[in-house]
Design a protein around this ligand. Structure first.
Ligand code: ATP
Ligand code: MG
Length: 446
């Protein structure tokens, strides 16, 4: 048995006290498992559970474990950057929503997925399924005149919905993460220009997550707009049927559509095809629906009182993690895009039986870890002593870090480290003196 060694790759660093980037697999809370969970009905359910990214607590209810939580945080931060760039202000609204505003909008009795809870005092609440009922009165308490518009606020928060069927792993949960953005406008033109910017920001978010999305027309338009828009990731694992034109950008959710597969595209005349997709996000022109209910008005420059126009924009953050897995995996496991991978590198140390050689493997690995860390490369270090090479490689493939580096007796003989991308079958040897620079370049290049 190799003794755990004192190494900075645990908790905090030696000298400068910043949280280190390396995680040692011998210390990692979660473990991988070979057994496929019985109800794993999709690639994301299978691999996220087998890899120990999440743990299922009940149907549609998950704990996010260290590796999965890092992915979720990275996804959230990509969203945060792009939504901040729209000029929206981040807030946090309560998950426990009082009943009254839900009665005001009439949705207390019409939203079938609303979880309702009763206090011992008799007061009733909804567990936050969405936040128009909170955000509209909240913004109304600050907006007086046209000077206060436009304004946009968003949050990244846990939502609760009593879905009839929770399924496909984290794609449809009863508790799930969402980024919800709400915008408030003086004129329809202003709303539409923000809507367009939000649409572009969404495309950037999904592209940065390594996803190719289709902008799809869907029901839920407003008085002035016929359609809302969904951002669909085309994959057979999707629940939604989409009519998509093979030769132009036209796409419509089949559920609302008066068209069917084979019909002529209303934009270019080509025959429409049909594909399946996962709805990763959507955007709505809400018009005056909520602002009228809560009398969200402003004084315009001519002194008249007008109703504020609203838009709302959602992205499922936890669903997005599952969607990335659906879009990027093979039969062995996940292939994380660099931008959201829990760590950039899986460093696999193969421990020879012979003490002296093992010591050299460990020393080389440790100094490599330290140098990679210094260069900002995030490392998951497979330092486990009593796990076979085959199992280590299988775990590296399952967990899906973009780059695998191997230090072994064989690589030491060549003064090298073995380099292999998760997305490729080929490996090569890179000289020890070059490895940190190459890894850093790999991590920083787009
Ligand atoms: P769906 O048609 O899939 O039920 P929705 O139209 O109810 O979605 P919204 O209420 O607009 O979705 O929520 C915004 C986003 O939140 C969706 O685009 C989706 O990415 C995500 N989302 C919605 N419901 C769930 C759920 N049960 N589990 C995980 N994510 C969800
Ligand atoms: Mg729904």
């Amino acid at each position: 048995m190799v003794q755990p060694r004192h190494h900075p790759g645990f908790y905090f660093t030696h000298a400068n006290d910043y949280p280190i980037r390396t995680m040692r697999m011998s210390r990692l809370l979660s473990k991988t498992t070979k057994s496929v969970p019985a109800d794993a009905d999709s690639a994301n359910a299978k691999f996220l559970l087998q890899g120990g990214f999440v743990r299922q607590e009940a149907a549609g209810v998950y704990s996010w474990l260290p590796l999965g939580f890092r992915v979720l945080r990275k996804v959230e931060n990509i969203i945060r950057e792009e939504i901040d760039a729209l000029g929206a202000q981040e807030i946090l609204m309560p998950a426990l929503e009082p009943k009254d505003p839900w009665v005001t909008t009439g949705r207390w009795d019409t939203v079938d997925v609303l979880f309702k809870v009763k206090s011992q005092t008799g007061k009733e609440y909804a567990l936050g399924a969405t936040h128009e009922e909170i955000v509209t009165p909240l913004v109304a308490s600050f907006v007086r005149s046209y000077h206060d518009l436009p304004v946009a606020v968003y949050q990244i928060q846990t939502k609760f919905r009593d879905e009839l069927r929770a399924k496909s792993g984290v794609l449809r949960g009863r508790e799930f993460g969402m980024k919800d953005l709400y915008s408030f406008h003086r004129t329809q033109d202003d709303l539409e220009s923000f809507y367009q910017k939000a649409l572009e920001a969404y495309l950037k978010v999904f592209a940065r997550c390594g996803l190719d999305t289709k902008v799809v027309e869907a029901s839920g338009g407003s008085f002035t707009k016929k359609f809302s828009h969904e951002f669909q990731v085309v994959t057979p694992a999707g629940e939604d049927l989409i009519l998509a034109c093979p030769s132009c950008a036209f796409a419509q959710n089949a559920e609302i559509s008066s068209l069917k597969a084979g019909d002529a595209c209303p934009q270019c005349g080509a025959h429409l095809g049909q594909v399946k997709g996962i709805e990763a996000g959507n955007i709505f022109d809400l018009g005056k629906k909520f602002s009228e209910a809560f009398k969200l008005e402003f004084t315009d420059d001519d002194g008249s009182r007008k109703t504020v126009l609203m838009g709302c924009y959602g992205i499922g953050t936890t669903r997005l993690v599952g969607t990335i897995v659906e879009a990027s995996h093979d039969e062995r496991g996940i292939i994380w895009p660099k931008s959201v991978a829990p760590y950039h590198v899986s460093l696999v140390s193969l421990m020879p039986k012979d003490d002296a050689t093992r010591e050299r493997v460990l020393e080389t690995s440790e100094s490599l870890v330290r140098d990679l860390e210094t260069q900002g490369v995030e490392v998951l270090w497979d330092d486990r002593a009593d796990v076979s090479p085959g199992e280590k490689f299988a775990d590296a493939d399952l967990l899906g870090m973009p780059l695998r580096l191997v230090v072994s007796e064989k690589s030491l003989k060549e003064d090298s480290v073995e380099w292999k991308l998760r997305s490729s079958k080929d490996s090569k040897l890179v000289k020890q003196q070059d490895i940190v620079e190459e890894a850093k370049n790999f991590v920083t290049e787009r």
